[in-house]
Design a protein around this ligand. Structure first.
Ligand SMILES: Nc1nc2c(ncn2[C@@H]2O[C@H](COP(=O)(O)OP(=O)(O)OP(=O)(O)O)[C@@H](O)[C@H]2O)c(=O)[nH]1
Ligand SMILES: [Mg+2]
Ligand SMILES: [Zn+2]
Length: 339
């Protein structure tokens, strides 16, 4: 049953007009009276836990409820993880009304491809992104992961790398090498296997006490891991809404793991992770081993400039050749896209 889709928008806005207790949120809060500010602040804060097309579910004091934008908020977009102020519904069948979108602490955004600037926020306010790749497609996965790591740096998130489907490889040399390379950068790496449960405990440990969002290509096993990590997820999905039931994840969904004091966000798989909003000159700042370089030029992009510290760092092993290759590839892609 889909109650939200049946809400009559006009009736809804009539009700909104009549609601004199409510303060027009479009106005700058500075322009409001103290009394109005107090009323606005008294609206409860809620967390967006699911968004599927127009449908929004929010968590208010432990309860997951459908929500709609209040009249003055039309055109606003929220994503999973957003904090909003809401007026709780008066009747059980009603939707909560979102009256304000609060500032984001962090954001993971991507564009369709590097040439586009159609920024899509994958998740807001998460502490870390868990980039899921597969052991049998490691090179492709790492190219993807390097992009997500840049986006995580831009959006103030930490990152974890999860190499799933360990059962599909026999020789773990390449995997071991990836562990070393990324742990050196401060990115924890965990190898996992859903059928055997290998590595799940180690992954779970990294999730404790924080908000984590999965990111990865379609079919890498994000939802399988999610289901393993959140054993009662079926029940929670039932509560959250009517989005489930398909194999390929179509909408982001946040679920709380009470035993870990953690939140986990499953996201739909993506084909590409575009970095279209990043200026080529800014890119190096988001690769930690390059950000640390002290070159003569402040705005060195480590592309043959005089006094560049990169060659020395490379021969001293402080920059991994594979990561440099990544950097050069991304730099070329962003330059081409900006050209
Ligand atoms: N062999 C193997 N298969 C796995 C493993 N983890 C997941 N799978 C399988 O991979 C397929 C895709 O898994 P999903 O969990 O749906 O992948 P996803 O990343 O959520 O995909 P999207 O929702 O499309 O983004 C399913 O058939 C899973 O059973 C694993 O560790 N080993
Ligand atoms: Mg999925
Ligand atoms: Zn340099």
């Amino acid at each position: 049953m889909d109650t939200m889709a049946r809400i009559d928008v006009e009736a809804f806005e009539d009700e909104w007009e009549d609601d004199h207790s409510f303060v027009e949120p479009r106005r700058k809060t500075d322009a409001l009276s103290e009394e109005a500010k107090r009323r606005l602040a008294s609206h409860e804060t809620a967390r967006v836990v699911a968004v599927d097309r127009g449908r929004i579910m929010v968590l208010i004091e432990g309860e997951v409820l459908p929500a709609r934008f209040a009249g003055g908020m039309r055109g606003t977009k929220v994503v999973v993880g957003d904090e909003v102020r809401v007026i709780p519904p008066r009747h059980e069948q009603d939707a909560a009304r979102i009256t304000e979108l609060l500032d984001r602490r962090s954001w993971l955004t991507r564009t369709g491809d590097d040439a586009q600037d159609d920024e899509r926020v994958v998740v807001a306010n998460a502490d870390q992104v868990v980039v899921v790749v597969t052991a049998d497609n490691l090179a492709t996965g790492i190219r993807f992961a390097d992009r997500v790591l840049v986006a995580a740096s831009v959006g103030h998130l930490d990152a974890v790398l999860c190499v799933n489907k360990l059962d599909l490889i026999e020789d773990r040399t390449a995997f071991d090498e990836v562990v070393e390379r990324y742990e050196d950068l401060g990115v924890p790496v965990r190898g996992t296997c859903v059928p055997t449960g290998e590595g799940i405990g180690e992954l779970r440990e990294l999730l404790t006490g924080v908000w984590s969002a999965f990111s990865g290509h379609s079919g890498v096993g994000k939802s399988s891991l999610f289901n393993l990590l959140v054993p009662d997820v079926e029940q929670q999905i039932g509560e959250v809404g009517r989005f489930g039931g398909r194999h390929t994840t179509v909408a982001a969904l946040a679920v709380r793991i009470a035993s870990l004091d953690a939140w986990l966000v499953d996201t739909p798989g993506v084909r590409s992770f575009g970095l279209g909003t990043i200026e080529p000159e800014q890119l190096a700042r988001h690769l930690p081993e390059l950000a640390r370089l002290r070159c003569e030029l402040d705005d060195c992009v480590h592309d043959g400039e005089p006094g560049c510290a990169l060659p020395a760092a490379l021969s001293a092993g402080r920059v991994h050749p594979a990561r440099l290759e990544t950097y050069r590839r991304l730099l070329a892609a962003l330059r081409e896209a900006n050209a």
